[in-house]
Each structure stands twice: as C-alpha cells, then as structure tokens.
Write a protein that binds this ligand. Structure first.
Ligand code: XMP
Length: 503
C-alpha cells in the first residue's frame, strides 16, 4: 500500500485514483498523521499538494518521523516544498510569477538513482503546473532532475535516499507523463505490486462494514437514487442484509418521476427496505426568495438533516425492541455531513462506504454487484438537484418547467444514442425572461439553458459538440411542449471557467 498524506489540495484524491488505476492500492490520511499511530507500514509515501504556503505560521506539516520510516517519498507541489522546507526554511519562497497551466519540463539525467522517477520518458515532457511558491534553493544533498522556464528546481531527488519531489501535478489528466511518473515511483521505486483490483475493494469494504456495524440492529442510509447512493445501498444490503434501511428525502428538486423510479429500483430491483419522505413543501417554502447559490445549498442541506433526523427517530422507535444495541448511520458525502450533535447526541456512528472512490470506480462496483446498467451508467445528479440549475428564485413553477425541459432533452439524447458519450447533461433555467411570439401572441417566457459536458473526473470539462440540427430539434420540442418557455440556449462554456452546474 502507498500512503498519500493530504495537505488539502483539490486534487489529492486524484493521486489515489491514478495509483489505483495502475493497480497499486493506496490510502489517504491527513498530512499531520502521527506516524507512530500507523498500524501498517506503507511501501511508499506521497505528499500531496495544498493551498497553503509552507513558510507561513500555522501551515500544515508532516510528522518528521515520516522520514525515519526509510520508505520512498514523493512530494508533489506543496509536498515538494515541504521536503525542501524541512531541509532549510530558506529553500522555499514566493515566486515572481505564478505558473498555472501547461509547462514544458526539461528532464536532466543525473545518475541511475536519481533518474528513476523520469525513467523511460525522454528529456522533454509536458506537465500541468499550479503554483506561486517555489523552491528558490536546492536543498543540501539533493540534485535537480527537472526544470522549467520558471522553476529551476521543478524536480529534485535526494543524492542517496529515495526521496523525490516535483513542482507539477502528475495526478492531473493534463500532465501526460503523470501516469508513467507515478508508475515509476510506486512500482519501480517503492516496489508496490500493481495487482490490486476493484473486486478486492468490495470484499474489504464488506468486511469493514460488518466490523463497524457489529451486532447493532439498525443501519440507516440516506439514498438519493443516484449512482453513488444506490451502489452504497447495494453494498450495505450485501454486507448486513435487512438490518439496512434506506431513507429517500424528496426535496422537491428531483427530476421528473424520479421518486417513483428510485422506489422501483431500490425496493423492487435491489430488495431494499425504503422509506420515502415527502419534503417538497418544506424545502420550497424555505427556499422561497433565496437566490444566492451557497445559501440555497445550505438551506437544502440543513432541511435535509432536519427531515432525516426526524425520520431516523421515527424508524428507530418503530424498531425499538430490536434497537437496544444502538444504531449506526450510513451517509454519503453528498449529504454534506451530518451535524456533530446528531452523532454525539444519539450515539450514532458514520459509515461512508464509497467515500474514497471516483464515479467510474463506483460504477465498476455497481456492475460487480449486479445493478442494472441503466442505473450504473446514469449521469451524476447533485444533491441540491434542480435548485442549483435554476438561476435565481426556486419556485414550484420554475422547478416544473426545468424538470419538463430536462426530461425532453435527456430523452432525446438517449434516443439519439448519445447518452453514454456525455458525462453530464441537463436543462436549467435562466434568471431572466425573454419575449417570444406564439401564433399571434407575444409572450414573456422563460429561457431554458441546455448544458452537456464530457469529462473524466468532473474537475475539468469540455462541452459536448452536438449537431446543430439536433439542438434545433430539442429547442423546438421544448418550446412546443413546455408551457412558459419562449427561448432555448446551449451553454458553450468549458470548465474552467464555467462550472458544470449553473450555480
Ligand atoms: P461543478 O458544478 O462544481 O460540479 O463543476 C462538479 C460535479 O459536482 C456535482 N456537484 C454537486 N454534487 N452537491 C452534490 O451532491 C452539490 O452541491 C454539488 N455541486 C456540484 C456536479 O453535479 C458535477 O457532477
């Protein structure tokens, strides 16, 4: 196992993802994990990137004992600066120029020890950078193995020890040499066996769930019907059978007919005990007049918790006789975290079976557990649902319009055989209205925004390039069939700068 110590970079999880894709099992722990408390010895350690500056007071640092483990270390960006800063705090400083995006990296051959990180890659590689701070001095006992125009020390290696650092991000899709570099580090330098498979994850996770649950009588799961929560529920069912009960909270912002479909899938197809809580009125009343995106998310998150808590207490009372052993809550990260009061106050424990996995890995597990392809291959849908696809006010009328338009768009994508080529697609609604003409009447109607993107990891995305004729047909159907819509637009913005959702 390779251990990734996380300094808080948005891409720390991607390091795990890339290593696991190579068949190397990897775990993620906080950067300040006490090494003496580790119950296993990693084959190698990666220090991730992070948003802080190593030289600032209060910035995160590793337990220095990590260097006494005498296992190979690879520092990425902040992680590389951490290695250099540990050697001498003057080694790292703010650069004169930021360096974001593509960079041409020149690889320098030194000797058979230092050259192992870039082995087999030639002397010019392309990489993705994202930093301001940089190494301004080469740490004592280190050699330079790579540089860019702006970073003299873009890659370093210790002269004798297997300690390496790179300023760029090998875990990003846009660093083409990243996969080879991570393979060189994990397999060749650390000696990790690239033989790990997703099937091992399922067995390990089922064992972990059983151990955490112990003899508790009741495990509650928050299910949205999306890929993650459905696969999570199937995994729970596999691990502990009927002691698992799922709760679906209808927040009034789900897709057309979604509640009924989720019921069918979870109850009929997977045999899971499901309770549906109708929260539409409460959610929409609390959202009334709220237009700021993060406030919308917070309201939806806290209303969700209120209803979930109420339902959990009800189910628990119902199962009183068998619930003496206490209870466990399983929640997916989309819930936005359960409040501490709920966990402390009620002696609950949290199980997050898929917390470290990426969507395609969750899908692979879903397939292994025999979940229908139509469900496993579903596009992701955000927890706050249509509320963050409607710019501005979330009213029942606007939700219904967005829902109908979305249904037409997605159905037409499916009919055209394009669904699996697109990572995420939806129809949202603009804040403004626009004038249209229907027959002899001028109407002041809503503006539908169509969005469809392709992405592997949802961190960056490109728009899907439909035929114009297809989009024209979608537009015609939406204007004809969804009352109140006078105009349809297609969003041409990649991510970045646009996010995938509209808010
Ligand atoms: P953005 O819009 O940030 O989205 O480019 C990236 C991915 O994350 C999903 N997303 C969310 N999922 N709650 C969720 O459960 C949220 O608040 C949320 N915001 C974005 C989005 O659907 C996309 O797949």
């Amino acid at each position: 196992t390779i251990l990734v110590l996380d300094f808080g970079s948005q891409t720390s999880h991607l390091i795990l993802r890339r290593l696991r894709a190579l068949g190397v099992f990897t775990e993620l722990l906080p950067c300040n994990t006490k090494i003496a408390e580790l119950t296993w010895k990693p084959k190698g350690i990666v220090f991730s990137g992070g948003p802080s500056s190593v030289y600032d007071e209060g910035s995160p640092h590793v337990d220095p004992a990590v260097f006494d483990l005498a296992v190979p270390i690879l520092g990425i960006c902040y992680g590389c600066q951490e290695i250099a800063w540990r050697a001498d705090s003057k080694n790292v400083a703010r650069g004169e120029k930021r360096e974001y995006g593509h960079a041409d990296v020149t690889v320098t051959k030194v000797n058979s020890h230092a050259d192992r990180l870039f082995a087999g890659m030639g002397d010019k590689v392309a990489a993705f950078m994202s930093h301001f701070d940089k190494l301004v001095k080469l740490p004592t006992d280190y050699v330079v193995i790579a540089n860019t125009e702006n970073s003299e020390f873009a890659g370093i290696a210790h002269k004798e020890k297997p300690i390496f650092g790179v300023q760029f991000h090998p875990e990003l899709e846009h660093t083409p040499c990243g996969e080879a570099l991570l393979r060189n580090f994990s397999v060749d330098i650390c000696g990790a066996q690239p033989n790990w498979q997703m099937g091992d994850f399922v067995q390990l996770e089922i064992a972990r769930i059983r151990e955490t649950v112990g003899d508790r009588a009741l495990v509650l799961g928050a299910c949205s019907g999306g890929v993650d929560s459905t696969v999570g529920a199937a995994l729970m069912k596999e691990a502990i059978g009927d002691r698992f009960k799922a709760i679906l909270i209808d927040n009034g912002c789900m897709r057309l007919n979604e509640c009924e479909e989720v019921k069918k899938t979870l109850s009929d197809h997977l045999g899971i005990d499901l309770t549906v809580v109708d929260g539409e009125e409460l959610f929409l009343s609390r959202l009334a007049g709220v237009t700021e995106p993060e406030t919308k998310r917070k309201i939806i998150g806290s209303t969700f918790i209120d209803l979930f808590e109420k339902e959990a207490i009800r189910i628990e009372k119902e199962a009183e006789s068998s619930a003496n052993a206490g209870k466990v809550i399983k929640s997916h990260h989309n819930v936005g975290g359960l409040p501490q009061r709920m966990i402390d106050g009620q002696g609950l424990r949290l199980l997050e079976p898929l917390r470290l996995l990426f969507k395609d890995e969750v899908r692979a597990i879903g397939r292994q557990l025999g979940i229908h392809e139509s469900l496993v291959g579903r596009h992701p849908f955000p927890g706050p649902g249509i509320a963050i696809r409607i710019l501005g006010d979330v009213t029942k009328e606007r939700v219904d319009i967005a829902r109908k338009a979305d249904h037409i768009f997605i159905s037409m994508i499916k009919e055209a055989g394009l669904y699996d080529q697109i990572s995420q697609a939806f129809a949202g609604l603009d804040t403004n209205r626009s004038v249209g003409v229907f027959g002899d009447q001028r109407v002041w109607g809503y503006i539908v925004i169509l969005r469809a993107v392709r992405t592997k990891d949802f961190m960056s995305a490109e728009i899907f390039k439909f035929d114009l004729e297809f989009l024209e047909n979608v537009s015609r159907r939406i204007c004809n069939e969804v009352e109140g819509v006078s105009r349809v637009t297609y969003d041409l913005t990649s991510k970045p700068p646009g996010t995938i959702e509209l808010e």
